[in-house]
Design a binder for this molecule. Sequence first.
Ligand code: AKB
Length: 316
Amino acid sequence: MASKILIIGACGQIGTELTMALREKVGRNNVIASDIREGNEELMASGPFEIADATSFEQIKELVEKYGVDEIYLMAAMLSATAEKHPMKGWALNMESLFHVLNLAKDKKVSKVFWPSSIAVFGPTTPKQNTPQTTVMEPSTVYGISKQAGERWCEYYFNKYGVDVRSIRYPGLISYKTLPGGGTTDYAIEIYHEALKNHKYTSFLKKDAELPMMFMDDAIRATISLMEAPAKSVKIRSSYNLSALSFTPHTLAESIKAHIPEFEIDYAPDFRQEIADSWPSSIDDSRAREDWGWKPEFDLRKMTSAMLEGIKDVHH
Ligand code: AKB
């Protein structure tokens, strides 16, 4: 029998595309989507959906039992900018949901777990260029602290209880199908929408704020290949560095101008600049490449073409 997959946070920016990709791969009825609210029409029409609160152990357990779930992807989280505004709520959502899923795996209710970490685990004292897998980690945001603590717990559950948990430190993810919510890297998505609509964008990050980024197709491919890798190849049980490209608002704007010459950008950095300042500019992902064969496919040019085409198709 095909394994049953539960996606928690299936209606978010990553969850939506991950759900569609997994349904395509293992069959629509083998992937149960869940979230606290309904998602877009395409997602809702594509297979089973349940309303569930990621902070409720009972609700998650009920879904696992109802569908005989054996793999969980926990995609629900409060992102960096929002969590700075609601620290306790962010901490509670990000940590409680993780413990629920890890404890279900510890009790052998499910056999495999995916949990996303982020470049936000790094902080101002981390080396900024080509940030190593193992290095100084003193995150200065609520979100980053929750992700770093989460990584420690994942490794702990693997070592102590044999929980098969796998994780990636995602960079900023760029996509057109579902909008992100509350991240510091969201400017890199807004910019494409505004370029097409108004030929103008005011960036909330500085001209030269360089951050690691990735097109969503690459992120989904990485996630599924990490989950499909034999357990013995998954040597890191905290979370893997993952890299594709790095750019600044200025270089991103230049790549858009190649398609829309009249596009103009200006800069009005806000509190999110301070968050961006604390994160790396580029990431060393050699462990992901060695252990499970990771290789990105989208560079800046290819991503900009895909974004502009995609937004035109989906939103206009
Ligand atoms: C955010 O900006 O908060 C996220 C992330 C890098 O984890 N996109």
